[in-house]
Write a new protein. Structure first.
Lengths: 112, 113
């Protein structure tokens, strides 16, 4: 079955530290992969996406993600976290035009 | 600027009452979606529509209804049959071409009083 897992429900990091949020997917073909961020009480904002080509993709707000087909992973990274990065992060895979599967989300807290 | 507008931002419903959440987009997107978000449960798909006058049930359609009379609009009605409607509701849209990403509205928080 097609699915997206985010193993970490909640992560806490210190401001200025590096960050990696994990995402694994289950899908037979080459997927379209996305990371979204959600601030409290707001909608989701697209951080970055992967369709094909270079497996390291850059996004907004200094985020990047690496697609690893062999591991079925699409982990999100940021070299230095800012307090404003505290939010909920969702990984998603688009399996067809009308179907996107979202992961359960990872809540990020940032310690000053 | 193009985007999705959801209204109202906060909505209160009495027991046994139907309420309608508005979703309007000016992105010329073909498909529109409604998701429900509960704490710790991620996003669950309620209904989606690929074209005008057509829509499909998602994973949790019971107690909800939608219409798609115009490309720009996809209102969601939470009926009295929905026993636990208190949640955060998100509308999204996407295009058949382009980057295939979803654009989300800012959400409506519905509370039963």
């Amino acid at each position: 079955a097609q699915s997206v897992t985010q193993p970490d429900i909640h992560i806490t990091v210190s401001e200025g530290a590096s960050l990696e949020l994990r995402c694994n997917y289950s899908y037979g073909a080459t997927p379209y992969l996305f990371w979204y961020v959600q601030s409290p009480g707001q909608g989701l904002q697209l951080l970055l996406k992967y369709f094909s080509g270079d497996t390291l993709v850059q996004g907004i707000k200094g985020f990047e993600a690496e697609f690893k087909r062999s591991q079925s992973s699409f982990n999100l990274r940021k070299p230095s976290v800012h307090w404003s990065d505290a939010a909920e992060y969702f990984c998603a895979v688009r399996t067809s035009y009308d179907k996107v599967i979202f992961g359960p989300g990872t809540s990020l807290s940032v310690i000053p | 600027d193009g985007g999705i507008t959801q209204s109202p931002k906060y909505l209160f419903r009495k027991e046994g009452q139907n309420v309608t959440l508005s979703c309007e987009q000016n992105l010329n997107h073909d498909a529109m979606y409604w998701y429900r978000q509960d704490p710790g449960q991620g996003l669950r798909l309620i209904y989606y529509s690929q074209i005008v006058n057509d829509f499909q049930k998602g994973d949790i359609a019971e107690g909800y209804s939608v219409s798609r009379e115009k490309k720009e609009s996809f209102p969601l009605t939470v009926t009295s049959a929905q026993k636990n409607p208190t949640a955060f509701y998100l509308c999204a849209s996407t295009s058949r071409s382009g980057d295939y990403g979803y654009t989300f509205g800012s959400g409506t928080r519905l509370t039963v009083v």
